[in-house]
Design a protein around this ligand. Structure first.
Ligand code: ATP
Length: 776
């Protein structure tokens, strides 16, 4: 068999029997993990076994351990929780329990286990592995296994995947399920916000997280809550009650009609006393005079239907988990599959678990600095960004007069989820530093019309949750009248520029930078923050808006798939946007389990269509019991002028010869989504804060240090001062725009580096295509 990266597998890789179990609290995305593990295992020549009810099934054996075929995981992607069940199993904590588990593994011929669960589950797995040879010896001694039975099982391969809504595992940025849980929390807080505003009320919202404040903090960032309490960072003031009340009063004085306080269930003060929602409620009533209610979100946070991020994270990690099984030897430590920004990682499981447990210990010892360090690297940054963009500051961060800048903020291109949250964060942090954020309305034409105004702290309130573009945006680029644009920069004394938008924002930055020689007005720091659903801007793996869009597409595709479930013999050709970039089609295809994706990067031909018709005919033919719920083909809007969506559907309908019929669906502007997804909101805040720091750094480096001298003009024509901010692999970086031009296909308006292109093969693999198909 071929590997998932398309290379030949080596002969020393054993055909393993891989068991998969889900354990601990359920989390959305666990099913996607099981699906990927089962299907990749089968396509790599292994056998897959589902172990039901977590370790309970392993201990009990019998019917709890079942061989899974390709069709057993059909429909798994869109279902929340775990379909193979989970349980807390105390017997497995005992040696007798693990003896039974080992015996059942050997009897079923399973020599590798992939566990998806929290730190407890992974600890249990590693204990099983470390005791393995002793357990087998004991089983032989007691006559429960024969020498011959045990002989092939010299060691047990363990691979961990982290499924947990809490995102409490060290050494990985995100755990499977956390983002879906955050979706549910943000939906709830957004809903509560409208009633809070209507009645001018305060709400204290309790969210899950006993030792880990990730959900609470990210919910606060995503909804721009007024205050947040998390276990890792108790309020520093002795009299935190007064401090909080003062901040909330200040927010009200500025004109806020609602007050939202988010409390993690494990929130504590610096002496480890619990901070409870009911206590905060009393403070808000008695000391701030607010009509206050408490909402405990409870089990709704377990998530339900998984969001796109969790489906794709679980799928990508499931692939890596099988590969890790096949790579492993008796000497390799058990790995845990994780993710760093956009890179799937594989690290020693024991160390990750140890680090995770240290966080709770650090909190217990009041070593809160250490507790913060033990979270993912962005956690502290996000906390600081939250404080800087949400809590109005008491002037402690204001820069000296001569260092304060007039920062233009402009939206360019089509609207995308995340544009408003980014503008909100940029304006607020700028204001907290004493800068003047200038809204340039309606893009460059707006600038030419002097449609420019100063943003205020309260003026951007509520933008975190708004989709579209509050500033107004259009596709016009500055080359409509460069000279006049330069004049307007001077007129409005713009000393730094934040451009939020898609490919037009990128090419506008290219144009302005190239014109620096001619127009000194452009010799100011300028940064492009990519925001477009197409995700076609060079210099970043993700642009703002693409996560929102993917969720909108996948919501629609799930509904479309369901509509086909009645006939069970239907193919839908769904047309997605994205211009000449196939990102949306591929990533949505991965999340809905599409049969094929047609994208401009690969093209579509008669041969492709014929090959897909053969595949569909075979798949529908195999499905005698009619268990499939319809199949999807995702076609990017620009893949071909000839093979239009309707033509493809007509060809499929005709060639299906009654075995299946075919329908089309053009998703159109639904794909922009409504409210930005939590991930887009978080990314927007994180990146916008970095952008303002970038602009400040490159502006101030060009100013004289001497505060008494007359304020010189900002002048910076270094190439580093005109850049695109991006998430690149495991890092967030600024790339000078002039360097990025080389890696850009300016005609087709796409980056030549498309990290996601390899996932197209995975979409096809998971819908039972082999890698040998010639159209790949
Ligand atoms: P969550 O984050 O949702 O709590 P978890 O995996 O940490 O998930 P636990 O209840 O701690 O949840 O563990 C799940 C199961 O893993 C336990 O019921 C038990 O069967 C097994 N397990 C946990 N810790 C150990 C251990 N130290 N030794 C053996 N088995 C363990």
């Amino acid at each position: 068999p071929l590997k998932t990266d398309g290379t030949e597998s080596t002969s020393d890789e054993r055909r393993r029997r891989i068991g998969v179990l889900t354990s601990g609290g359920d989390s959305p995305g666990m099913n996607a993990a099981v699906r990927a593990i089962v299907r990749v295992a089968i396509s790599r020549g292994c056998e897959a076994y589902a172990i039901f009810e977590g370790y309970e099934g392993l201990v009990q054996g019998g019917n709890m351990i079942r061989k899974f075929g390709w069709g057993d995981v059909r429909g798994y992607l869109s279902i929340g929780g775990t379909l193979i069940g989970t349980a807390r199993c105390n017997t497995f904590r005992t040696r007798e329990g693990r003896l039974k588990a080992a015996c059942n593994l050997v009897k079923n011929g399973i020599d590798a286990l992939i566990i998806c669960g929290g730190d407890g589950s992974l600890t249990g797995a590693d204990i099983l592995r470390s005791e393995w040879s002793g357990l087998l010896e004991e089983l032989i001694r007691e006559g429960r296994l024969t020498q011959e039975e045990a002989a092939p099982f010299t060691h047990l391969v363990i691979v961990g995947m982290v499924g947990s809504i809490d995102n409490d595992m060290s050494s990985t940025d995100l755990t499977i399920g956390a983002v879906t849980s955050l979706h549910r929390i943000c939906e709830a807080v957004d809903n509560i916000s409208s009633t809070a505003s209507s009645h001018s009320r305060a709400f204290v919202i309790e969210v899950m997280g006993r030792y880990c404040g990730w959900l609470a903090l990210m919910a606060a960032v995503s909804t721009s809550a007024d205050f947040v309490f998390i276990p890792e960072r108790p309020p520093s003031a002795d009299d935190w009650e007064s401090e909080m009340c003062e901040i909330l009063k200040r927010h009200r004085k500025l004109g806020k009609r609602k007050t939202i306080v988010i409390v993690a269930e494990g929130a504590i003060d610096k002496n480890l006393n619990p901070i409870k929602a009911s206590y905060i409620k009393e403070l808000l009533i008695n000391r701030v005079g607010l009509d206050t209610r408490v909402t405990c979100l409870g089990h709704t946070q377990r998530g339900g239907r998984p969001c796109v991020y969790d489906r794709n994270l679980a799928t990508r990690q499931g692939v890596e988990a099988v590969e890790a099984v096949l790579r492993s030897t008796a000497d390799t430590p058990s790995p845990m599959i994780g993710i760093r920004e956009n890179k799937i990682t594989c690290q020693p499981l024991v160390e990750a678990v140890k680090l995770t447990q240290q966080a709770a210990i650090a909190i217990g010892k009041k070593d809160f600095r250490r507790a913060m360090e033990l979270r993912d690297p962005e956690f502290e940054e996000d906390y600081n960004a939250y404080v800087a963009t949400t809590i109005i500051d008491d002037n402690s961060k204001v820069l000296p007069e001569h260092q304060r800048l007039r920062i233009g903020i402009i939206h360019i291109g089509a609207p995308a989820g995340g544009m408003n949250p980014a503008t909100h964060a940029a304006a607020r942090i700028a204001l907290n530093c004493g800068h003047i954020p200038l809204a340039i309305q309606n893009g460059f034409p707006g600038l030419l019309d002097d449609d420019v105004y100063e943003l205020s702290w309260i003026g951007v309130d509520g933008w975190t949750t708004k989709g579209g573009s509050e500033l107004g945006t259009n596709r016009t680029e500055p080359n409509i009248d460069l000279g006049m644009i330069a004049y307007k920069f001077q007129k409005h004394r713009i000393e730094a520029l934040l451009m939020i938008g898609g490919f037009e924002a990128f090419s506008s930055l290219v144009t302005l930078t190239a014109a620096r020689d001619k127009y000194p007005a452009f010799c100011i720091p300028m940064v492009c923050l990519p925001a477009t659903i197409s995700n076609n801007v060079p210099g970043t793996d993700f642009s703002l808006g693409c996560d929102t869009s993917l969720n909108a597409i996948v919501d629609s595709c799930d509904a479309i798939k369901q509509s086909a479930s009645a006939s069970r013999r239907r193919v839908f050709v769904v047309e997605t946007q994205g211009g000449k970039c196939g990102y949306l089609a591929v990533l949505a295809g991965l999340a809905v389990g599409a049969t094929s994706v047609y994208i401009p990067e690969k093209g579509v031909s008669l041969k492709t269509l014929q090959s897909d018709i053969n595949h569909l005919t075979r798949r529908f033919g195999e499905d005698k019991k009619r268990t499939s719920s319809g199949r999807l083909i995702l076609r990017n809007e620009c893949v071909s002028n000839t093979y239009t969506t309707s033509l493809i559907a007509d060809i499929f309908e005709t060639e299906g010869r009654g075995l299946f019929d075919c329908r089309t669906c053009v998703l159109g502007h639904i794909q922009q989504g409504s409210s930005p997804s939590p991930l887009d909101r978080i990314r927007a805040v994180r990146l916008a804060v970095k952008c303002i720091n970038f602009l400040e750094k490159h502006a101030l480096s060009s100013l004289a240090d001497d505060a008494s001298s007359t304020r010189p003009k900002v002048f910076n024509n270094q190439k580093e001062s005109a850049a695109v901010i991006g998430i690149l692999g495991a890092h967030v970086d600024f790339s000078p725009v002039v360097d990025l031009v080389q890696e850009t296909d300016m005609n087709n308006r796409v980056s030549k580096k498309a990290w996601w292109l390899k996932l197209k093969g995975l979409v096809e693999l998971l819908s039972k295509w082999g890698y040998t198909e010639d159209h790949l």
